[in-house]
Design a protein around this ligand. Structure first.
Ligand code: FAD
Length: 544
């Protein structure tokens, strides 16, 4: 089969229009085309008056070699790549050797566990939180009643941080082995809509994610994997040799259990601050890394649809409009939009008592009234939190605690209208935008809970973004704070073999370790690390 990319048709074209478009693009006769399937679908809305659908299409032809020869040098016509996934190792049937352990049942741990299970290595997956249905009740406890469970919330429990989310499934990572495709295919088997395999910007929304992680749990268990809930890893048993070499021997679980193991995928997520501290105390190499802080910004979704799609706003082939913005400020900072959730809600995302953190989520339909996204400023250890590998955690905590106080010390979030924010005065009444954050927003002055340089950068960027998307900086647009958990404040550094640079047997993985950002990239990293564990099993003679 050949693959044609950048095949463009007008918005609203009929399905029948595809065949003649392929024939024309390739300059072939109608009966030379034996069949085709759509591999990817995107839209190009740069010209609102002439929005285009942009396809990648796989085609079967009577004489592929001849067409390929004619298009030599045209990288939009090539042989279809093999995107199938192949396991790098396989344990013998009935394997009863030492079982690898995965810490964390987020996207990274889930895919590490799945691949290890598919290789026959019967992983044990431990998570501090609960199964997803119980976790959902706890999460709603914060949103509806202002009651936080520090071990079961938006960050902790089955499905990880991505469960109550927009479920965006795209990423900028380089993926020459098509591991992202493996992730999407497993998601479809677990109940995601098939369209995620072809949409350029797929999303699944939060309700489906809940069902999908349950399906994946059943699959992993059917392959010999085992889950242990409410199992917080409290300490790491590390053997230090006479030569100073360090090797993991086992895990201490809160409550007293001990799990002997020499191969651990550590997929903790970015909010496992207590575990980062334990790792640091045990001498595991860990370093501070850059992340971003700021606020969530909320607009009516209809404003975004109109600004992006003009008269075509609401067209079913376009869905709810998203955006991606970035601006380099005079003070050297970069301000950008982060984790944009069309037609969604702003959510309370703290995992620690007396702190306020924002994030965003949506349902599959994306039909809530508001669009929201992070409006954040890049920060880095050298300048902003120097001196200690965990200083970024202390920095996050400081602003999250101030936000809790600014919101009224009740898990309400501090909010401010853009007009007031730009004028430097507290807000006292809402305008056209109704906040979606639960348990509620307290109107105030956000400069009390963000660093001055962040406020300064946001003030500079707002009108710049307003010139790109009319209405972005409308005075009634609402800012809710604070957005601090944009990515991990640490990197748990690993070597080429994916093990910690100073502790053998420990495989730092996913977002918490600083090797991913987002559901898809965390899942892909989980696959890579599972493969590294399996190859270590082969090298150590534990499997042939
Ligand atoms: P996590 O998902 O954070 O999972 C870590 C797991 O480890 C948790 O289940 C936790 O309970 C467990 N754990 C931590 N410490 C321990 C311990 N000591 N012992 C045992 N278990 C432990 N990304 C997207 O790509 N698209 C989106 O639309 C999107 N929306 C989001 C919306 C929200 C509200 C949030 C919070 C995040 C969103 N993200 C989104 C980000 C995405 O969720 C994360 O990038 C992703 O979940 C990271 O995966 P992970 O497996 O590395 O870590």
């Amino acid at each position: 089969m050949l693959r044609i990319s950048e095949l463009k048709l007008p918005l609203g074209h009929t399905p029948e229009a595809m065949k003649p478009a392929i024939i024309e693009r390739l300059g072939i006769k109608a009966d030379d085309l034996e069949g085709f399937e759509i591999a990817r679908r995107a839209h190009d809305a740069r010209r609102k008056s002439a929005i285009l659908m942009v396809y990648t299409v796989d085609v079967s032809l009577r004489d592929e070699a001849a067409v390929l020869a004619r298009f030599a040098g045209d990288h939009h016509v090539r042989v279809r790549p093999d995107t199938s996934y192949k396991l790098v190792a396989k344990a013998p049937e009935g394997f009863d050797g030492p079982r690898p352990v995965v810490i964390g049942a987020g996207p990274c741990g889930l895919f590490a566990g799945l691949i290890l299970a598919q290789m026959g290595l019967k992983p044990i997956i431990v998570d501090r939180g609960k199964v997803v249905r119980e976790r959902t009740k706890d999460t709603w406890g914060l949103w509806r009643r202002g009651e936080l469970n520090p071990e079961s919330n938006v960050q902790f429990g089955e499905g990880g941080a991505g469960t109550f989310s927009d479920g965006k499934l795209y990423s900028q990572i380089k993926d020459p082995r098509f591991l992202g495709r493996k992730v999407l295919e497993e998601f479809v088997k677990a109940g995601a809509p098939e369209e995620i395999l072809t949409e350029a910007h797929p999303h699944i929304g939060t309700f489906r994610l809940v069902h999908m992680v349950e399906q994946m749990r059943a699959l992993i268990e059917s392959l010999g994997g085992e889950y242990r809930w409410r199992n917080k890893v409290e300490d790491f048993d590390i053997e230090v040799g006479a030569d100073g070499s360090r090797r993991l021997k086992g895990l201490h679980i809160a409550g007293g259990d001990y799990v002997p193991t020499t191969h651990v995928v550590m997929a903790l997520g970015h909010s496992a601050r207590d575990t980062f501290q334990t790792l640091y105390d045990r001498g595991v190499h860990i370093e501070a890394k850059p992340f971003s802080i700021g606020v969530r910004i909320e607009h009516p979704q209809s404003w975004m649809d109109r600004a992006r799609f003009g008269d075509c706003a609401g067209h079913p082939d376009l869905g709810a409009a998203d955006y991606s913005l970035s601006h380099h400020c005079a003070n050297g900072r970069t301000v950008y939009s982060f984790c944009m959730c069309p037609g969604g809600t702003v959510v309370a995302a703290t995992s620690e008592p007396e702190r306020v953190v924002t994030n965003g989520m949506s349902q599959y339909s994306r039909n809530e009234r508001n669009a929201n996204s992070g409006f954040v400023v890049g920060i880095d250890p050298e300048r902003d939190y120097p001196g200690h590998p965990l200083a970024g955690v202390a920095f996050q905590r400081k602003w999250e605690s101030l936000a809790y106080v600014a919101g009224g010390s009740s898990y309400r979030a501090p909010g401010q209208k853009v007009g007031d924010f730009l004028a430097g005065r507290p807000s006292s009444a809402l305008g056209e935008v109704t906040p979606s954050y639960k348990p509620g927003v307290t109107l105030t002055d956000l400069s009390t809970c963000l660093p001055d340089f962040v406020i300064e950068a946001m003030r500079e960027a707002l009108p710049v973004f307003g010139r790109q998307i009319p209405g972005y900086d409308h005075p009634d647009v609402l800012l809710t704070g604070v957005e601090t958990r944009t990515s991990s404040p640490v990197r748990i550094t690993r070597g080429k073999d994916f093990q910690s640079v100073n502790t053998a047997g420990l495989y730092p993985a996913g977002e918490g370790a600083g090797y991913a950002g987002g559901i898809l990239s965390a899942a892909v990293d989980g696959i890579k690390v599972a493969e590294a564990v399996a190859l270590a099993y082969v090298a150590e003679g534990l499997i042939p």
